[in-house]
Design a protein. Structure first.
Length: 131
């Protein structure tokens, strides 16, 4: 069994972390989510941010506009999809990657199971629902 220790950030929120330490992001700016409010994928990202108590900005992007997504959005997401996220100079796209980043980068309640088998089962279920 792995030894558990508390990081300074986790001690403040009362949660234990595995010995490999979660890397919490300390940033002066809040995350920016790019996407349409009606999108289930954008909603999943927003829900993760809300659950963690992270203030964020939603910038609407209409990927169905005549001519497709705006050129500046293609710089954020090479496939022109939503959502995309910018945070403290870091850009990320794809809802699964963004929600995992949010969970691991910000303090607050864990959104994923710690135990590998439980986390694998969660990802299996998400994959089934996403196909």
């Amino acid at each position: 069994m792995r030894s558990m220790r508390m990081s300074p950030q986790a001690a403040r929120i009362g949660a234990s972390t595995p010995s490999f330490e979660r890397h919490l992001v300390q940033a002066a700016s809040h995350p920016i989510v790019f996407g349409a409010p009606y999108s289930v994928y954008v909603r999943a990202v927003r829900l993760a941010l809300e659950e963690k108590g992270v203030p964020y900005e939603l910038v609407p992007v209409d990927i169905f506009a005549p001519g497709g997504p705006p050129p500046e959005h293609r710089e954020r997401h090479p496939f022109g999809k939503i959502p995309a996220l910018e945070h403290a100079g870091f850009r990320l796209y794809e809802a699964g990657a963004i929600t995992r980043y949010v969970d691991e980068a910000f303090p607050g309640p864990r959104l994923q199971p710690e135990e590998p088998r439980s986390r694998a089962r969660m990802n299996q279920i998400i994959g089934i629902l996403d196909s």
